[in-house]
Design a binder for this molecule. Structure first.
Ligand SMILES: [Zn+2]
Length: 191
């Protein structure tokens, strides 16, 4: 058999094996982590996640909205409106940003970036500023015109914190537990 007819190893047939091109980039990855953690939320009307990242692209804190530790979330109200404020969730619930900061696994979060699904409210803006976070990357700004957001922008702007809206390249990332058994289909990202 002529040597040119010998079957060649596949890596020679198709040239050098190249890395995947459709891997998740850092900002998508961190926002996806925020969205995944939001799935832990028990809030029936709003599930928000936050992910704090240091300057080495290492995750140092993750949080989602929920009732404070030790406070029974079956006893506290989850409603958005009621005759009395005390019967709504608002006086009780901890926002994702608060939990992400409090859950930090580093000494502090100074100089870090927070990735969060929703633009932070004024209360979270205070926490972000006092924690020394330098940048906020958010996906949705759907409450832009509420007083909480106006106050938040005022504070974050005065404190010199960069706020930037994340524009995802894809609208959906699918996590498929079966993909590990089907090599080549590991990419769970679509759209
Ligand atoms: Zn908040």
């Amino acid at each position: 058999m002529d040597e040119s007819q010998q079957p060649k190893p596949s890596h020679q047939n198709s040239g050098t094996t190249r890395k995947r091109e459709d891997y998740l980039e850092w900002p998508e990855y961190f926002m996806a982590v925020a969205f995944l953690s939001a799935q832990r939320s028990k809030d029936p009307s709003s599930q928000v996640g936050a992910c704090i990242v240091n300057q080495e692209n290492k995750i140092v804190g993750i949080g989602y909205n929920g009732m404070p530790n030790g406070c029974d979330d079956d006893l506290l109200p989850w409603s958005r409106s009621a005759d009395h404020w005390l019967d709504t969730k608002y006086p009780y619930v901890c926002h994702a940003e608060l939990n992400a900061i409090m859950n930090k696994n580093s000494a502090d979060v100074k100089g870090c970036t927070m990735h969060v699904a929703l633009f932070p409210c004024n209360e979270c803006a205070k926490l972000i500023i006092q924690a020394g976070i330098k940048e906020v990357v958010y996906l949705s700004d759907k409450y832009h015109d509420t007083p909480e957001m106006v106050a938040s922008r005022r504070l974050l702007g005065m404190a010199g914190i960069q706020c930037r809206q994340f524009e995802p390249k894809r609208t959906k990332i699918v996590i498929d537990f079966n993909s590990i058994n089907h090599p080549g289909m590991l990419n769970g990202a679509t759209n």
